[in-house]
Design a protein around this ligand. Structure first.
Ligand code: GLU
Length: 603
């Protein structure tokens, strides 16, 4: 039987922070490409590789977070680090490590490890082979030397390019340089790049040319002994069998370097030349105003808030802010001076000054109560569309992961930038929540509360077993995100004495017209106290009967308003809440009575 064509895509995050929305899109498109190849009969594989060669900025915690976010989105990888899921997704703590089975990931093709920091030996053997073949060489210039050359070039209005030393010739092993390096002299390794045009054949953008001489002899191994991103990515894409590289357009400028490396490299295991994978660079993701969507958007808002506060109050200094936020003073000073855009600092300052930051990373959207299937649907539309119509003739815009895996094609990825329309995302999310059956909603609401608002969940559960289910029909249609559910249930989260009465509402509904509302409430109180079966239905019936007995009947039937509003304000403090049957039902009789009493006394 002829073996099926192998199609391998990869997502290769650097573990230096949370998974960005753009990274999630890259992962989704790579996953979908491999999945579509399977539907077409090929052996499609999706792989994850952790690019952690920048030792100072990488962390295992970040790698774990990225994998966890991908798993939350429902993206599964065939090969890559193993994400162990001790508990159901989205709640438990998840561990990540290499190999040996596990819940997601593995090494089915035997091309791991998938953490680049564990592959340094492999990179070094290729570095040595390149040096010996005369395609790379140790370079000994100090940072200061290079900096002064750069300055001189800038002053002469020339583009700075590293000049190959006279003693280096392409194709000839420079033994004396290699010996100096081996003896421990500080150095980097540079690729000896031939003077020739390089063409990147991009499936999305077409041919992208880089003129002869445009690339200088770039660094492939840093002074710390770790390979540069360019080198590691090229070695790994070859050794891991990557056939298709789909990545963000930000990387397009790097690709000529990768092609130059592929031309210079030969496999050590079988002597075959390196292959160039099929490249596709995906559109940039922009905010609605056309600026690039980036983590910096958070820094900008937090910095402005801090600076506005400092302008108003000279007493607020970096030192003071360091004391209150727990972030180092220097970090805060750098951040305020726009020398750093640290997300951690931005988050700490935003929470201190109580400003909301835009969601940028998947983690933000999770915390805000977006649904993973909605995020998947939405990011699929960032630069791609299925090109299909709905029955009503409109473009098909709502679909799930399985649909994407079946219908994905690179041909339908656009060249222009993709706009991130937050209003549209919110409306997709609201539609998805509203469309859930109540029991499904409760299950997911509960999981979200358990992860992000555990105290609120404990309080709700403390009120009774069915609290979430009772509130669901009232909360669900109005919540665009799961976090939105907190506002209408604030009355239930507060203790019987832990909420305030809205002054305007009290004035209008309880005190106006010689305290009509308050008097009605006092009269209704014993009626409520007399209800035996405390259910939303019986409570509602009691309210209606009371209104009827008072003659609150208009053209449209019984008008419960004159008693309902005073009652609502008494037990929630505000004029808007879920229906009263549910509201009182959830609180229970004792709380309801205590709250009415407190309200009447406060008048
Ligand atoms: N580690 C790179 C990044 O996070 C991946 C680039 C690539 O896909 O080649 O941007």
């Amino acid at each position: 039987m002829p073996s099926r064509e192998l199609v391998v895509t990869r997502f290769a995050p650097s573990p230096t922070g949370h998974l960005h929305i753009g990274g999630a899109r890259s992962a989704l498109f790579c996953w979908a490409f491999a999945r579509r190849a399977r539907h077409d009969g090929a052996d499609g594989r999706f792989m994850i590789r952790i690019e952690d060669t920048d030792q100072a900025r990488s962390s295992e915690e970040s790698a774990r977070g990225i994998l966890d976010d991908l798993a939350w989105l429902g993206i599964r990888w065939d090969d890559g680090p193993v994400l162990r899921r001790h508990q159901a997704l989205g709640t438990g703590h998840q561990g990540v490590n290499q190999g040996q089975g596990g819940d997601i990931g593995g090494d089915s093709r035997g091309v791991g490890p998938y953490f680049q920091a564990q592959r340094v030996g492999i990179y070094n053997s290729y570095i040595e082979a390149l040096v010996k073949a005369g395609h790379a060489y140790p370079a000994f210039e100090t940072t200061e030397e290079l900096e002064s050359r750069r300055k001189a070039a800038n002053a002469a209005k020339q583009t700075y390019r590293y000049q190959r030393p006279d003693d280096v010739q392409i194709g000839a092993f420079n033994e004396s340089r290699w010996k100096r390096a081996q003896a421990g002299e500080a150095h980097v390794i540079r690729l000896a790049v031939p003077r020739e045009e390089i063409i990147v054949r991009d499936t999305i953008l077409g041919d992208v040319k880089s003129a002869a001489g445009e690339l200088d002899d770039f660094v492939i191994r840093k002074a710390d002994g770790f390979p540069t991103y360019h080198f590691a990515v090229v070695i790994d894409d070859e050794l891991m069998g990557t056939t298709h590289v789909l990545r963000a357009q930000e990387h397009l400028a790097n690709t000529p370097k990768h092609v130059a490396l592929q031309k210079a490299l030969v496999r050590l295991d079988n002597g075959k030349p390196f292959r160039t994978p099929v490249y596709g660079h995906m559109p940039i993701i922009c905010n609605m105003d056309g600026s690039k969507m980036s983590k910096r958007d958070k820094a900008k808002i937090a910095r402005k808030a801090a600076k506005d506060a400092i302008a108003k109050d000279g007493g607020i200094t970096a030192a003071v802010l360091a004391g209150t936020t727990g972030i180092a003073q220097k970090q805060i000073a750098d951040f305020l001076a726009a020398e750093s855009d640290s997300v951690d600092t931005a988050e700490a300052l935003a929470s201190h000054f109580k400003v909301a930051l835009p969601e940028i990373e998947i983690w933000d959207f999770r915390r805000s109560g977006y649904l993973p299937e909605v995020i998947i649907n939405f990011i699929a539309l960032l630069g791609w569309n299925p090109g299909m119509k709905q029955a009503d003739g409109k473009d098909l815009e709502k679909f799930d992961l399985e649909f994407i895996g079946k219908n994905f094609s690179v041909e339908r990825i656009g060249k222009g930038s993709a706009k991130f329309d937050r209003a549209k995302l919110l409306s997709f999310n609201g539609d998805a929540i509203a469309g859930m059956a109540d029991d499904v909603f409760v299950q997911r609401w509960r999981a979200w509360l358990a992860e992000y608002e555990p105290e609120a969940l404990a309080r709700l559960d403390g009120l009774g077993a069915d609290t979430l289910m009772i509130l669901a029909p009232a909360v669900k249609p109005r919540a665009k995100t799961l976090r939105d559910t907190l506002k209408p249930i604030a009355f239930a989260l507060a203790s019987d004495t832990g909420y305030e009465f809205d002054k305007t509402a009290v004035e209008k509904n309880l005190l106006a017209s010689d305290r009509t509302g308050a008097k009605l409430l006092a009269e209704f109180k014993p009626v409520l106290a007399g209800i035996d079966a405390w259910t939303p239905g019986s409570i509602h019936a009691a309210i209606e009967a009371f209104a009827k007995s008072k003659g609150f009947v208009g053209e449209k039937g019984v008008n419960v308003g004159p008693i309902a509003q005073p009652l609502r304000i008494a037990i929630t403090g505000v004029a808007v809440s879920p229906p009263l049957g549910e509201t009182l039902g959830v609180l229970g009789k004792a709380s309801t009575m205590a709250r009415i009493e407190r309200c009447l006394t406060s008048l």
